[in-house]
Design a protein around this ligand. Sequence first.
Ligand SMILES: [Zn+2]
Length: 497
Amino acid sequence: MNTAKPYKTVVGLEVHVQLKTETKLFCRCSTHFGASPNTQVCPVCIGLPGALPVLNAKAIELAVRAGIGLNSRIASFTKWDRKSYFYPDLPKGYQTSQFDLPICAGGYLEIDARDPATGEMVRKKIALVRAHLEEDAGKSMHDETAGRADTRIDLNRAGTPLLEIVSEPELSSAEEAKDYLTEMRLLMMYLDVTDGNMQEGSLRADANVNLHIERDGKTIATPIVEIKNLNSFRAVERAVLYEASRQWDVFQETGLTIGQSPKQTRGWNDATGQTEMQREKEDSADYRYFPCPDLVPVTLKETDIEAARAAAVKTPAAIRKSMVETHGLKENEAEILVQQGRRVVDYFEELVHHGATAKRSASWMLQDVLRYLNENSAPIDDYPVPAHALAQLLTSIEMGKLDTSRGKEALSKLLADTEMTVDQAIASLGIAQVDAGEFEAMCRQLLVENPGVVEKVKAGNEKALASLVGQAKKMNKNADPKRVQETCKKMIESGDI
Ligand SMILES: [Zn+2]
């Protein structure tokens, strides 16, 4: 809690998620990032008179899936509205969006947050107002080439489908705002509705920020400021922190509260670390919303919604829960795996599916697999050892065929030679499965040669068995230390020497 601060920060976020479609929302132009300016445009997305939009069904499918992942109500009937405003990079003079009948309503996203009363971390549900579909505008490029003072327009992005997800003002700090955006991105990537690439603008946020100040037993609110186009987690956190402290200064100077001055739109300047006044905010009447006459409303069938529900099962929250409750992993182990993305989680689940225990699978993934991926900057799909092979190695260790350190050597062999099988890797280390009869004979010989150890164990000192491990390794370097000790103990207990 902001115990040192005389105010409470109140934040609502609007997150714009670029949906992972091949083509734009209302035309067949490519959405591929990075093409030369104005090469992915057509009469529809540059707004030539008479050009007619046709809806991309994939965008609806992804928006419904996102809405289900956000626990929202999916509208069975949704329509398109024109939001009129002028921007140089919006040649139509309006944006096709959704006004009164958005595709998703309500819902929530859970984050970890500090309980203001106890200071402990708790799960906090951030309620959502709505999520609606809209098309993106183009991009104004100011001075992006050295020596140029003009502004050029690139319309490749115009018409790209966005899902705008609007939260209630329930985030209480800059840190919570950052955590919310982080979890939102993770969820949207797990649902495969966006590539989540923030450098390319696939996820951007606007933050509505004001303060609640306690005065004479009453709560006073400062005017709301909307900070536009925050395109990194760090920008969200810094902008909210800066804006809260700026509003506190302004309030102390002017005493102005909500309603006494108009809502402002401010831009975030990452270089100066400040928000800058852009304009006084329009309200929705200024946009002259009206139903788009060129597009028919969308009616969703129950079967479409059910299909989306089936595709939205693997959310980060559901996977964390199953890892902890079903597989017995620690919360931080589950969290690290979940943060790596869905393909890494799939790999873990495959290990378990092929018979490795969840504990050992998680431990090897956290130590060995993730280290390899980091060192080689590789995605899990490029990990040289397939899950079924690593699972076979892990089960060999569980069965006592080799110990953990020899197991790691075998993994190195597998990483170095992708043609090698697990059996070949184990064999190449000189490890062949120790025959059960041979193994017992070896243990018996150890006990006969070490009567002192036998006496100690009989007297209750089981730790004495450890001294046999080194000798066993000399006799057979593949002898598993745990199995040596267990077998010798049983022999002594049963008098079978
Ligand atoms: Zn187009």
